[in-house]
Design a protein around this ligand. Structure first.
Ligand code: FAD
Ligand code: DLZ
Ligand code: SF4
Length: 513
């Protein structure tokens, strides 16, 4: 009896359900680098390198722990280059009699997993992915019959459910949420602790060569490469964050600073999303620092809310929304994604800085993603599928379960409000308040109209005016519509003309995308 355990690129956890249930003596773990996954969207080169290197290191660690691992590399001559053909080939190679796998984080890949039984004629068990803190079914039960899915309600449930940051039945620090103390703008002259850097070893060096040769034309800078690619390195990165950045995480959570790509963020999403770190241990490490008195409550609560609250919430939304979620288009938006999302060639400094960070690191922090890149795409009426593909391709932490709700739901409001109660639309004033971008921008953030006016300003008002039919009765937007109504007709006309002129001059799609 031989059991085949196909293990996917984002399942790099020693305690994965399929490994827990398996017997080393009669199990073959199958890991597959396949072109179909490396190219279903045009991934950033650093994302591919990160994942392949992490996969290869994980395979080596499994072997050291006594597992038999069959690792199919991308350039293996017989590689069929998709999951289905590799599973079929491995079954024949090893004379497997059953298949056990853990449910993937994307509908597309779950479809494949559901085919493996019929394709091979073997019993195929698909286990739930229990590395999360709330199961798919528990989330569906929570969501059932609720009029609105409010993240804050879910988050409080999760605090009680896990006991994290709880003093008995009361929230630690006497409050559930310390957001009011967070969101400070960046201070001039502030310094930011450097990130730990992990020098590529021989395994990573081979992957970097492979990616340079095979994906040379993909978006993004491959070098320098200093990602944590093993669990041990990811634990070092976690410890470094808790010591050096978590204490000020809350205060400057929403800040943006030119040339500073990390600020006080953890940069742990890529390690968590591929399984090198588990969300529970990350929350526990943060809580331990708070209990030891080295981290203030506003920081630790803000950080834990992102993981215990947002991360679990978006995953739940992804599963209840179903496979058609990424096709939603509440505003009927059709514009092509402007080429500068791939090239960074724009004189809007906020966008150029955010695309630049993305290109350098396959990473950008939350407010760059939400209030610059996502916001701009929504204001100009970008086709949600195109911006979804962009986000899925360019970030090293992007898998559909987490990317799609954030993009289709939170940033584009293309789901009409399943995920959030209002669109995250903002003008230049918000970006100016939270960043130092505007100072050296070619545009004037204070102006709404005229040749130097910040495009975000006219686009913001035009977006509200354009969608008054659908958004005008949203209670959370009434104040914004009051603001619009205070402009006289001439000013409204000038703002809308300015927006129309700007949008007409936007570049089209980047060549090849
Ligand atoms: P920190 O700021 O240090 O936050 C700590 C952790 O909280 C993160 O590592 C992450 O695991 C979690 N977290 C925070 N916010 C969210 C959120 N909204 N959803 C889920 N988890 C969250 N995150 C991804 O992991 N993958 C994505 O593909 C992704 N796409 C996004 C697209 C858009 C348009 C937006 C607005 C947000 C997206 N996010 C995504 C959420 C967030 O931007 C990233 O998790 C965060 O920037 C990762 O950097 P960090 O580890 O330094 O996070
Ligand atoms: C993102 C990605 C890439 C680039 N390549 C692979 C791969 O070659 N093999 C693999 O097992 N997984 C890869 N992944 C991750 C998957 O595309 C997919 O996103 C997740 O497995 C879905 O949960
Ligand atoms: Fe962005 Fe406008 Fe500020 Fe320029 S002025 S950086 S375009 S918000």
């Amino acid at each position: 009896m031989t059991c085949l355990v196909p293990l996917l690129g984002d399942q790099l956890s020693p305690g994965l359900a399929a490994l827990r249930e398996a017997d080393k003596a009669d199990t073959i773990v199958l890991m597959m680098e396949v072109a179909a996954e490396a190219s279903y969207v045009p991934h950033h080169r650093k994302k591919i390198a990160f994942l392949f290197s992490a996969m290869r290191h994980f395979a080596a660690e499994l072997r050291d722990a006594g597992w038999t691992v069959d690792y199919v590399a991308l350039d293996d001559l017989a590689n069929g280059q998709d999951f289905d053909s590799e599973v079929v080939r491995a079954v024949a190679r090893h004379g497997a009699t059953s298949i056990v796998t853990v449910e993937a984080g994307e509908w597309r890949v779950i479809d494949a997993q559901q085919r493996w039984g019929a394709l091979t004629g073997l019993p195929c068990t698909i286990l739930p992915d229990d590395r999360f803190l709330f199961s798919r079914t528990d989330f569906a039960d929570w969501a059932h019959n609720r009029k609105r899915l409010v993240m804050e309600d879910f988050y409080r449930l999760m605090r009680r459910h896990t006991g994290i940051l709880m003093d008995g039945i009361a929230p630690a620090g006497g409050q559930w949420n310390f957001d009011i103390e967070n969101r400070k703008p960046p201070r001039k002259g502030m310094t930011y602790p450097p990130l730990p850097a992990f020098a590529p070893d021989a395994i990573t060096a081979a992957v970097l060569d492979l990616v340079a040769a095979r994906f040379g034309n993909n978006f993004g800078e491959l070098l320098p490469f200093s990602h944590a690619v093993t669990r041990d390195q990811a634990l070092v990165a976690l410890d470094d964050f808790i010591r050096h950045r978590l204490p000020r995480f809350g205060d400057y959570q929403d800040a943006m600073v030119a040339g500073e790509d990390h600020l006080f963020h953890s940069q742990l999403s890529s390690a968590m999303n591929c399984g090198l770190l588990l969300p529970l241990e990350v929350c526990q490490a943060a809580e331990a620092a708070y209990r030891a008195g080295t981290v203030p409550i506003n920081a630790v609560e803000g950080f834990i809310r992102q993981i215990l609250g947002w991360r679990e919430y978006v995953r739940g939304i992804h599963w209840i929304a179903g496979p058609d979620y990424t096709a939603r288009n509440h505003f009927g938006a059709t514009r092509d994604l402007p080429a500068f999302y791939w090239t960074g060639e724009t004189d809007m400094r906020c966008l150029a800085e955010s695309v630049g960070a993305t290109s350098r690191h396959a990473h950008a922090h939350h407010i760059q993603r939400l209030m610059v890149l996502g916001n701009f795409a929504m204001l100009i009426g970008t086709d949600p599928v195109q911006i979804h593909v962009w986000f899925l391709a360019v970030y090293d932490d992007a898998y559909e379960w987490v990317e799609a709700p954030n993009v289709i739901g939170m940033s584009q409001f293309a789901d009409g409000g399943l995920m959030g109660s209002k669109p995250y639309a903002g003008g230049g004033a918000y970006i100016n308040r939270m960043s130092d971008y505007c100072g050296r921008c070619r545009y004037n953030v204070k102006q709404r109209t005229g040749p130097d006016a910040c495009p975000f300003n006219s686009l913001y008002w035009d977006f509200l005016a354009r969608h008054r039919d659908t958004l005008g009765r949203n209670n959370r937007l009434l104040r914004m519509y009051d603001g619009w109504d205070r402009f006289d007709a001439a000013e409204q006309g000038a703002i809308r003309a300015q927006a129309a002129e700007f949008m007409a001059a936007l570049p089209g799609k980047a060549e090849g995308y």
